[in-house]
Design a protein. Structure first.
Lengths: 302, 347
């Protein structure tokens, strides 16, 4: 018996404005549902990191922190670089929820000729994909280059956000980028670390420890804020702090260490590194969507 | 030995790169240069002195410099990053593949200290493999100019084209013989000497050696065509296939491994379009070593003599078939005395 069910993408999108913290929960849950739907349709891809970082994306893109125009994405804007390219299902779901492209396109994740490549490909021209990423450790350097272009040359006042995983920090070039961000005093640069302590092979601290993380970032010259990555009040405060740093010209980049749970929002995925790199089955997707607030009927017995 | 080109002196190609950058800096406000701590050696220091506000020192961090360049390019800049080819073509190979070429951004890389003519620094710093890698990268443009002036022209041209590009140049002073009025066009190989008996296809400093070899061959009544392949990618298929058709025998010469570099590129297009015998002059599957440039070029068989001997072999294989002809000693009219007199040794 096939457990497949018709997947419906809700057409609702969200605007980008300052919000009270409680308004982010429905947005994050929508993003999570879209992640589950696109992954179950794709039949491959990464579930854990995207679900775990959905709250961060909800606040960043819908809390007035990133400045962009979803109708004309390439007009003057702040930049976001997903250095952990494998986490793209959350970025695609987020961008679709801004209205940058039709949500129906989430059906094409990882499919032939899709703009939603398995790892972000700039060549596909999807609005909001600033650069190709997927080889870990590179996106953060690209983001540093973008921040340098504005801070040191153009002075248009745009800000650059990048999100790395925590396993990604094992790539040495990440620290070259961190060194450069501080060296050039890039206070328009915000490095978000999705710290769920999970990677494919196990716990990050078992595979190769990156800790103490806060001390490392501080020693590399960052203004460091550690937050619960699922607490909207703390996330808003962290981004407010970064924006204040950039507006007053602190002369330092900001690092936000967001403690998260891999697979957050889906009980059987939460904090389980086994969910780093696989999609849900149809049956698991049904359960996940129910937990995320969408009632999917039981399969019809044949 | 004189060639069809009067020798104008001796200058390192890196100087052409450094001067070309200054020209670009004057022409375009958005040209920026990233330093990798060896700015004097690769002569980005000239740009740094002229345009200090557009020069950024990234330190000894080639992976980061390459990806920062991608970020700058995505923000409308034309970033050049230069280091030794060992580090800015291979140390950062993945960054070039993903952040530069897959991203298809306007990043320009200057790879200095190419080949064994680096000299005393030894094998670690003598890159002999990067042509092979770079020419497999989609969207990449790969330039290997032959002397100081062509390097300057090529540097300016790569700054004025859109897309990822890499230019290869060396440390040592090498013959300087091209002239201001010679056009430089990316993607166009140039015939530097006419002839229909054998084609000597070369890049970089081996172009001059090929011109010398051609004059020695002329003394034996052999008219060699000398082709300067200053763009390895995109490859000038037409000029190379025409040479195969009209000469019927080819020698390639490069300061690089004989595998998968210029010789490999020539073999691919000739094999597909008009198969003829090809002899390959280059480093034969070994690393370099310390020594003076001339000593090393002699040791590794990167002089006109090797090209000369290889031309005889290629022609013999063309005229008698491939079987049994492996070195110049298999050539029936091989005349040791004459060859010795010409300086032919070491084959």
């Amino acid at each position: 018996m096939s457990a497949e069910f018709p997947v419906v993408f809700e057409s609702e999108t969200f605007d980008n404005r300052r919000r009270p913290p409680h308004e982010f929960a429905p947005i994050a849950q929508m993003i999570r549902r879209d992640i589950i739907k696109s992954l179950v349709l794709a039949g491959s891809g990464h579930s854990g990191g995207p679900l775990g970082s959905a709250d961060i994306f909800a606040v960043l893109y819908f809390g007035g922190y990133m400045r962009y125009n979803p109708q004309q994405w390439w007009s003057p804007r702040d930049r976001f670089v997903l250095s952990a390219g494998h986490m793209c299902p959350v970025l695609y779901a987020t961008l679709a929820n801004t209205g940058a492209f039709p949500k129906e396109e989430l059906r094409t994740l990882r499919k032939f000729n899709s703009r939603l490549q398995g790892h972000p490909g700039r060549d596909m021209g999807l609005p909001g994909i600033e650069t190709s990423t997927g080889s870990l450790g590179q996106g953060i350097s690209i983001a540093v280059g973008m921040a340098m272009a504005d801070k040191l040359l153009d002075n248009n006042g745009y800000r650059v956000f990048t999100l790395t995983g925590d396993g990604e920090l094992q790539e040495g070039s990440v620290w070259e980028a961190a060194m450069a961000a501080a060296n050039f005093k890039l206070d328009n640069f915000c490095w978000i670390i999705d710290n769920n302590d999970c990677q494919i092979d196990g716990r990050v601290h078992d595979v190769m420890s990156i800790y103490p993380l806060e001390d490392k970032c501080r020693a590399f010259g960052f203004d460091v804020i550690t937050v619960n990555g699922h607490d909207y009040t703390e996330l808003c405060a962290a981004f407010d702090h970064f924006i204040a740093n950039s507006e007053k010209g602190l002369g330092k980049p900001t690092a936000i260490i967001a403690r998260t749970l891999m697979g957050k929002g889906v009980s059987f995925m939460e904090d389980r590194y086994e969910w780093h790199g696989k999609p849900p089955t149809w049956e698991q997707a049904r359960i996940a969507l129910r937990e995320l607030g969408e009632d999917i009927p039981d399969p019809v017995a044949v | 030995m004189s060639t069809s080109f009067p020798l104008r002196g001796s200058k390192p190609t890196r100087q052409g790169f450094g001067e070309g950058l200054v020209v670009l800096g004057e022409r375009y406000d958005n040209v920026v240069v990233l330093g990798g701590d060896i700015t004097g050696s690769v002569m980005t220091s000239l740009f740094k002195e002229q345009f200090p506000d557009r020069f950024f020192s990234i330190g000894v961090a080639e992976q980061n410099a390459t990806t920062i360049a991608a970020g700058l390019a995505l923000s409308g800049k034309i970033p050049f990053f230069a280091s030794y080819g060992a580090f800015c073509a291979l140390r950062n190979a993945d960054q070039l593949r993903i952040s530069v070429c897959y991203n298809e951004v306007n990043v320009k890389i200057g790879g200095g200290h190419a080949g064994i003519s680096v000299g005393p620094d030894g094998a670690t710093h003598q890159v002999l493999e990067e042509i092979a890698y770079l020419r497999t990268l989609p969207h990449m443009t790969l330039l290997v100019p032959c002397d100081y002036l062509e390097t300057k022209k090529a540097t300016i041209a790569m700054g004025e084209m859109v897309g990822p590009a890499y230019i290869r140049f060396g440390r040592a002073a090498v013959p300087f013989f091209t002239t201001d009025d010679m056009p430089f066009e990316i993607g166009k190989a140039q015939v530097f000497r006419d002839g229909n008996d054998v084609a000597l296809i070369a890049c970089g400093a081996m172009v001059w050696e090929s011109l010398i070899a051609a004059e020695h061959l002329a003394k034996r009544g052999i008219e060699a065509r000398v082709i300067n392949v200053s763009t390895i990618k995109p490859f000038d298929v037409k000029t190379i296939v025409e040479a195969a058709r009209q000469c019927g025998a080819i020698v390639t010469a490069e300061e690089h491994q004989v595998h998968a570099g210029l010789g490999g590129a020539v073999a691919e297009v000739v094999g597909k379009n008009f198969p003829v015998p090809i002899e390959f002059v280059g480093v034969k599957d070994s690393f370099g070593g310390s020594g003076e440039p001339e000593e090393l070029m002699e040791k590794f068989g990167l002089t006109w003599k090797e090209i000369y001997a290889s031309a005889l072999v290629a022609m013999e294989r063309r005229d008698r078939g491939f079987i049994g002809i492996r070195t110049v000693k298999d050539v029936p009219h091989y005349e040791p005395a004459l060859l010795e007199a010409d300086g032919q040794v070491n084959r």
